[in-house]
Design a protein around this ligand. Structure first.
Ligand code: TYD
Ligand code: MG
Length: 424
């Protein structure tokens, strides 16, 4: 251009190269490997397990959960734990500093290197982070932060996106591990834009069963680890307490003797977790019977129902079927098929299973697949005093009918060799 477009002074514009050399230089992989190895452990084993060994500097973790589940409590405890080793900053955009202090006192947190900032303005928050450069930052919550430059109130898609992008940028630039708290709406969706999940490196969900007081932290996305791990906590008067050995915590002793309940030693990561699966089969009053599923994948339950109908002769098509997992846990273990099938058959027959445990993935032909975690599951149920087990690889159990027979739930008709009518 050669002159300033505002004051028209000649020769006032200097040419610079936008691509400054170092900024685009490739990094030796081994250097990147050592920075990845420098994880910052939270210091709460259940939290670190889900992260895959701790927080990665320069990364951003989103923790989503419904209001009241305990997100602020969890992250205050996490920040306090981190602050035993490194500077941590909690930005509270929902509570005042005295409120946070009061909670910290109630939780008995001693934290000399934990800083609290009550602020909702994005620019001020970023400035404070740049100024203090802590190792770990918690933003509670991303929906209550807003940028002046963006139109619209806090919590709107444009504001949430801007806040997340700016916080990701500052975390990357300064090598800070940032944890964003995100509110989840009643239907389980993270409030704000879906892009939020793409912008961050790790997405965790914090949920649980209000009645049992159990809280589960699990990974939905993790660029630095598996998403099969879950962390278990119990909400107590003194905050969240880690549950290292869940034992029979996710089993409701009161409902176990009823028809329609089966124990299932699920495997999450490498850890077995004994849960209770419940089913209710009821006469339907609508032409389109209801299928309500909680805690297991609905598509798998539909498949199991079809297999029971087709290969074991159970009449379910005109009945409502409800399946749920006690404790608010979301199972992703395919071996839940057989216990789901047995719970449904048990409810249909009105015949209790007497606290038996079952596992096995069922395929479309009604066959129960052999299970790679059988040993681990068996050890866990024995440890917890469960003696009756129904599972694949048990010698004479290879089909879903055998499972029903083993459970004392004789199917009504022989279907294995039944001729298939034309047109089916
Ligand atoms: P909170 O962390 O504020 O939830 P969120 O940030 O997800 O909205 O905690 C919510 C509930 O937890 C609150 O209703 C009271 C309960 N609680 C306890 O039972 N014990 C405690 O020590 C604390 C701090 C909270
Ligand atoms: Mg909160």
């Amino acid at each position: 251009m050669g002159f300033c477009p505002q004051c028209r002074t000649e020769g006032s514009v200097r040419e610079v190269s936008a691509a400054t050399p170092g900024a685009v230089a490739p990094v030796p992989l081994h250097e990147a490997l050592t920075s990845e190895a420098r994880r910052i452990p939270v210091g709460l084993a259940e939290f670190d397990r889900v992260l895959g060994g701790g927080l990665v500097p320069g990364s951003v973790v989103l923790v989503g959960g419904e209001p009241g589940v305990g997100k602020s409590t969890l992250l205050l405890q996490a920040a306090a734990s981190v602050s035993a080793r490194a500077d941590a900053l909690v930005v509270t955009a929902e509570e005042s500093v005295p409120q946070v202090a009061l909670r910290a006192r109630r939780l008995g947190l001693r934290a000399e290197r934990l800083f609290v900032l009550a602020e909702t303005g994005l620019e001020a928050i970023v400035a404070a982070i740049e100024d203090q450069r802590p190792a770990v930052v918690v933003i509670d919550s991303i929906q209550t932060v807003s940028a002046m430059a963006i139109a619209g109130g806090a919590g709107g898609p444009a504001q949430v996106r801007e806040a997340a992008e700016r916080l990701v940028a500052v975390s990357r630039r300064l090598g800070i591990a940032t944890i964003l708290v995100g509110h989840v709406t009643k239907d389980g969706l993270l409030a704000g834009p879906k892009q939020l999940e793409h912008v961050v490196d790790v997405v965790l969900s914090f949920d649980g069963d209000a009645e049992l007081g159990i809280r589960l932290l699990r990974g939905l996305k993790n660029r630095y680890g598996s998403t099969h791990q879950i962390g278990l906590f119990e909400m107590t008067g003194g905050g969240l307490v880690e549950v290292a050995d869940p034992g029979g915590l996710l089993v409701d002793e009161k409902t176990l003797p009823a028809p329609g309940t089966v124990l299932f030693p699920a495997v999450h990561g490498r850890r077995p977790l004994l849960v209770e699966i419940q089913a209710l089969v009821a006469r339907s009053t609508t032409p389109q019977p209801r299928r309500s599923v909680k805690g297991v994948e609905a598509a798998r339950v539909h498949q199991v129902l079809a297999v029971l109908e087709r290969h074991a002769g159970l009449e379910l098509h005109h009945r409502d079927v409800y399946v749920s997992v006690v404790g608010g846990i979301q199972l992703r273990d395919p071996a839940a098929d057989l216990p789901v099938a047995l719970a449904v058959a048990s409810s249909l027959a009105g015949h209790p299973l007497g606290g038996a445990a079952a596992w096995g993935e069922v395929d479309l032909t009604g066959r129960v697949r052999s299970d790679p975690h059988a040993e681990r599951r068996l050890l866990e149920v024995r440890r917890l005093g469960v003696n009756a087990t129904i599972h694949a690889g048990d010698g004479n159990l290879d089909g879903i009918r055998d499972g029903l027979v083993a459970a004392g739930l004789e199917p009504r008709h022989e279907s294995r060799n039944r001729p298939v009518p034309a047109g089916v």
